[in-house]
Design a protein around this ligand. Sequence first.
Ligand SMILES: Cc1ncc(COP(=O)(O)O)c(C=O)c1O
Length: 372
Amino acid sequence: MIPLVDLRRQYQSIKDEVHTAVNEAIESMAFINGPQIKQFERDFARISGAKFGVGASSGTTALQLALTGLGIGHGDEVITVPNTFIATTEAITHSGARVVFVDIDEQTYNIDASKIEAAITDKTRAIIAVHLYGQPCDIEGVLAVARKHDLKVIFDAAQAHLAEYDGNPIGGYGDAVCYSFYPGKNLGAYGDGGIVLTNDEDLAKRMEMLADHGREEKYAHLMEGFNYRLSEIQAAILNVKLKYLPEWTKSRQMLAREYGRLLQSMDVVLPYVDEKMSHVFHLFVVRLQHRDEIKSYLNDKGIGAGIHYPITLHTQKAYSYMNHAPDDFPVAERCSKEILSLPMFPELTIEDLQLIVRELASAQDKSRTQYV
Ligand SMILES: Cc1ncc(COP(=O)(O)O)c(C=O)c1O
């Protein structure tokens, strides 16, 4: 059995430290807006290249804090991609704005910056560009369009902790950068959590207030906000795990290289890594023929292959009101039928990889004879 992600292997290696940190957080009784959160906000912002960090209850609420904090709401349009987790578009809709999709680049699976301009109207206020699977998108391309049209830029880095662009950590680009600490993420809490980073002090203050009922101090509310606070206990766990994140990230990158070596002579499209990017491989995604049959074969053999994501957002029932045809975003649509995520987590062994690749080769042999 090799799952897509095995949280237990990592937990075993840090169990004592986590238990101590959780116990201390409980003993402190500082459950809300406590010191663990402040420390984590500071340290995560620093390691990610941003000046300020505002903890959030999830990656989804981090996105909503960024949108609302930037003043985006009713009557506005926000551009994003159709091949992301629905949280990206939920945040747009719940802020009051309207989702507008733009197709992706076939090699990186990230937003195709050259297609953004055609989607801009006089209502467009912002772009949410996703760093999917752990590879930064064409950040400069996105920022250039945004500058030209005076748009805000939010990066959804839910899958891209510690990724780099042009040698710099990605957390300092654009107006705000949002991360998720969902348990299976590269930096995962033991429950939900998120953060939004920014270099804009006023925006950071506004988002901090919004996350905490719009209050400046207890019972003094400058505006209506939300309860989107990060939990102190989760922050205590994240502080323990953050120390190991650079090492875990290197391990993912080493495993990705090894996958590449083992798969190079096979009939699969490997992840393309742009030379400007440091990809942190939240997911290791290949493209191949007979994807569904191969996924079933691997799953039957106890290998947790997955699909991220099997249904493009513009063809989801939830967005049927937009009346999109599948072909409106043909690249995203085509990729959704051929992508396959192979197991990826820092504690995977080379033997695990060899077994996965062997089974993948058997699956392809079988599919060649059965589905031609
Ligand atoms: C690209 C992307 N955006 C947003 C989110 C939302 O994060 P969360 O689950 O912490 O709300 C996720 C993950 O779940 C994600 O993968």
